[in-house]
Design a binder for this molecule. Structure first.
Ligand SMILES: Cc1cc2nc3c(=O)[nH]c(=O)nc-3n(C[C@H](O)[C@H](O)[C@H](O)COP(=O)(O)OP(=O)(O)OC[C@H]3O[C@@H](n4cnc5c(N)ncnc54)[C@H](O)[C@@H]3O)c2cc1C
Length: 350
């Protein structure tokens, strides 16, 4: 069998590696970093990704490492808030520190080769190589520099399992994760004169939101776990998925975090890639056929969702739309349900 090399051992790469090993395909993952590690992520898995975890036989392993179902959500924009509403289907909250470590252990347990601290320098198309290397860094998008911050905190009481707070030039999500912690994760934008945060201390203060906001009050007594603080810059959502290499997850396309759907997309694209890669490995189809079929299937599965998520993200970032339509949006059950349907941000509980 032809072996498969996966560049990047994040969620997409590990899920694909596990699927390949279960199908008996020789697979190795080259990962620039190491495990366990904290990642900037809202740690809220929604959408069909949960079913992929189930089909990959990973739910039991994740239950052992700890997951919490999220059944309700609430959105806060300025002084207005939505009622606490049920999700169409519950989501899962799980620490990426635990999730990535667990998946890495399952992959190696199935005989996969995991090479950490190995950065592959050049993105090139090689038969049998899949790029799961995450987002392509963007210096600016629409004139803004985007960055993400995350930290776990204790002593935070939430009204809903997931709270989304719009703050000036960004939004912050709060969700309970196992162990009594709350994940505090935000996406922010700044113009080129303003970096927004310089160090861990100013980063955590950015996450608390401006004084006087509901978010700031919510986090007034929060005790942040400094070791969990992490940041990422150079985020962007524009640009076409690459056709010249075989890619999955964020390396294929990144969705704005507002829908909490990026992890689901990573898992779904890994599953889409599985059959063509097994066929290639068994020498039943040529590499170009496998690569092109993965591209076409990912494109048709994701393009409408990515468009909706882009619109939702622009709406929540626009001060004008927030002020004008925020109260209408927050008050409408119909729009709430529509938002989940359009972005496929619903899944099922384990
Ligand atoms: C602020 C923010 C909040 C978010 N919140 C949520 C949320 O609540 N729910 C949700 O579902 N999604 C969320 N996401 C998105 C989600 O985190 C990503 O979509 C998901 O992690 C993508 O998985 P991936 O495997 O494609 O990429 P990654 O998880 O980024 O993994 C890529 C891996 O490749 C490695 N790598 C990169 N380059 C190389 C190289 N050249 N050689 C070797 N290795 C390499 C990296 O070290 C990394 O481990 C959020 C994102 C942001 C920025």
């Amino acid at each position: 069998m032809h072996p498969i090399t996966i560049v990047g051992g994040g969620l997409a790469g590990l899920a694909l590696g596990i699927g390949l090993r279960r199908a008996g395909v020789p697979a190795r993952i080259l990962e620039a970093g190491d495990y366990p590690r904290h990642r900037v992520c809202g740690e809220f898995i929604s959408g069909p990704g949960q079913e992929v975890l189930d089909r990959l036989g990973l739910i039991e392993a994740l239950k052992t490492s700890g997951v919490l179902p999220a059944r309700t959500g609430a959105i806060f924009i300025g002084g207005t808030r939505s009622p606490v509403r049920p999700f169409p289907k519950p989501a899962l909250c799980i620490s990426r520190y635990e999730l990535d470590r667990t998946l890495a252990e399952v992959f190696t347990g199935l005989g996969g080769r995991l090479q950490t601290r190995t950065r592959v320098p050049q993105r090139e198309d090689e038969p049998g190589t899949v790029w799961a290397s995450g987002r392509k860094p963007m210096v600016k998008e629409e004139g803004w520099r985007w960055f993400g911050l995350k930290a776990h905190a204790r002593n935070v009481k939430l009204d809903a399992d997931l709270e989304m707070h719009a703050v000036p030039e960004g939004y912050v999500g709060l969700c309970g994760i196992p162990g009594g912690n709350v994940n505090v994760c935000g996406l922010f934008r700044r113009d080129s004169r303003n970096t927004g945060w310089e160090n861990r201390r100013t980063g955590m203060s950015t996450l608390r939101g401006p004084p006087g906001s509901v978010l700031h009050e919510r986090l007034a007594g929060a005790e942040f776990d400094e070791g969990s603080f992490c940041s990422v810059a150079g985020l962007g959502w524009k640009g076409n998925p690459p056709r010249d290499v075989c890619s999955i997850g964020d390396a294929f396309a990144m969705t704005p975090p507002v829908t909490g759907n990026g992890m689901s997309i990573a898992l779904e694209t890994a599953e889409i890639a599985l059959d063509p890669l097994v066929e290639f490995s068994k020498d039943r189809i040529a590499w170009s056929n496998a690569r092109d079929s993965i591209f076409a299937s990912c494109h048709s599965a994701l393009s409408a969702r990515l468009r909706w998520a882009g619109w939702l993200h622009r709406a929540i970032m626009s001060e004008r739309l927030r002020t004008r339509f925020g109260p209408v949006f927050l008050g409408s059950d119909l729009l709430w349900r529509f938002m989940f349907r359009a972005t496929r941000t619903c899944g099922r509980v384990v």
